[in-house]
Write a protein that binds this ligand. Structure first.
Ligand code: CMC
Length: 367
């Protein structure tokens, strides 16, 4: 049997035309388009690129946007399921449960053609932010806010979450957040979705596998952990000691390190600039400055002292952005999922289109 690479590190499991990553140079492209260029578009343009395979022209974008906007609601029976969730659960659990229930209500549930899967996928893209916002409003005892179809995907999410319209910059930044979170090749949740798809299960089940996998603290859960870390550090002065303690205790510093990037994550660079912009608009640089001090202390510990290639990853400055957008830490992973769903759908469609069941082997060891 071949060499076993723990965690499947650097194992090429399949071919894809959805994402390209150069982890040494810090390059990320979705279907050939650099992430720096894509971050200047709207989420629906990038979602169309991922799901339908190309950037939309004006007419295609209008059709795609209208279809998604019409799906910005949750049927009353699914609302009842959401309302009856045990409120010790968190947003990712509510998302999983509600998406599972919604599959029962979908008229395309029993079809597995590409057209049916795109329709089901688009319904999930439209409903993810609605579920997360409604869950939060119910959980915090606030009135539910109905969707506003005149707003962008991101602006409507913030509106439904907070009950008031976001500023133009906030609306622009949450759209960019969804774009930067939308796709990242064979990350654990995408691999889980593709693995499920390869059994020819339905696309709802495959997406639920992705949701369950994103939740873990070594994956999407890191964003919440970074938000909590910023609170814990609390001031620029504490950053050095906090990082040194983590290193001495051999604990992971959340929001740092990456399996693929051995340089600065290109998404982290864009998020850092967004964090700077929103901090300036709010007239409060404190969270940004605390994060920068953590980054500086981490660079000294990891790169200068230990010669390791551990830099901020996507979850580090996105958490700073969420602080300024006043997204509660416990929603952070679910907000990540709102962006990532377009990537998951793209990978499910690619897997269905050229499928062979994914079934590796294990080496038996006697203990
Ligand atoms: N803090 C301290 N040390 C680290 C960190 C970190 N954040 N990341 C890696 N290392 C060290 C690790 O201790 C190990 O050292 P040694 O070789 O001396 O034992 C070495 O670097 C390799 O680490 P690893 O955990 O074996 O690397 P991996 O490729 O298995 O894991 C990772 C990658 C992202 C899970 C890991 O870097 C990590 O746990 N980071 C913190 C959690 C986090 O921010 N996760 C978000 C990941 S990016 C977005 C996403 O996928 O959702």
């Amino acid at each position: 049997m071949d060499e076993i690479r723990k965690g499947l590190e650097n194992v090429i499991a399949l071919e894809t035309s959805i994402a390209f990553i150069d982890g040494e140079q810090g390059i990320l492209k979705y279907r050939g388009h650099d992430i720096n260029d894509l971050s200047k578009l709207s989420y629906y343009e990038v979602s169309h690129l991922l799901v339908k395979g190309s950037l939309p022209d004006g007419r295609e974008l209008e059709d795609y946007s209208n279809e998604l906007k019409q799906e910005r609601f949750i049927p009353s029976d699914a609302m009842a399921v959401l309302s009856s969730c045990n409120f010790n659960i968190e947003a990712m659990d509510a998302l999983r449960t509600t998406i599972s229930y919604l599959s029962h209500c979908d008229s395309d549930m029993n079809g597995n053609s590409s057209e049916e899967n795109i329709r089901k996928g688009m319904r999930m893209i439209a409903k993810f932010p609605v579920i997360v916002a409604m869950f939060y409003r119910i959980k915090t005892g606030q009135e539910i806010v109905e969707a506003d179809t005149s707003m962008s995907h991101g602006a409507n999410f913030l509106y439904m979450l907070r009950g008031e319209r976001p500023s133009d910059l906030e609306a622009e930044i949450i759209e960019k957040d969804f774009i930067l979170s939308a796709e990242h090749e064979l990350n654990p949740s995408t691999f889980a979705s593709r693995l499920a798809t390869s059994t020819l299960t339905d696309i709802y089940s495959a997406i639920i596998a992705g949701v369950c996998t994103l939740k873990g603290p070594l994956h999407g859960g890191a964003r919440m952990a970074v938000m909590e870390m910023l609170d814990e550090v609390g001031s620029v002065e504490n950053a050095g000691l906090y990082v040194a303690d983590k290193v001495n205790l051999h604990e992971k510093l959340m929001g740092f390190g990456h399996r693929v990037y051995k340089t600065y994550d290109p998404r982290a660079r864009i998020y850092k600039e967004l964090a700077r912009q929103i901090a300036a608009e709010k007239g409060d640089l404190s969270w940004f400055e605390i994060a920068e001090s953590i980054e500086k202390a981490a660079f000294k510990e990891f790169v200068e002292n230990k010669g390791k290639t551990i830099y901020p990853n996507v979850d580090f400055y996105s958490a700073v952005v969420y602080k300024y957008l006043e997204i509660p830490p416990k929603l952070a992973t679910a907000v990540f999922a709102i962006g990532r769903i377009s990537g998951w759908i793209a990978h499910c469609l690619e897997q269905y289109s050229d499928n062979r069941v994914i079934r590796p082997r294990a080496k038996f060891v006697e203990i």
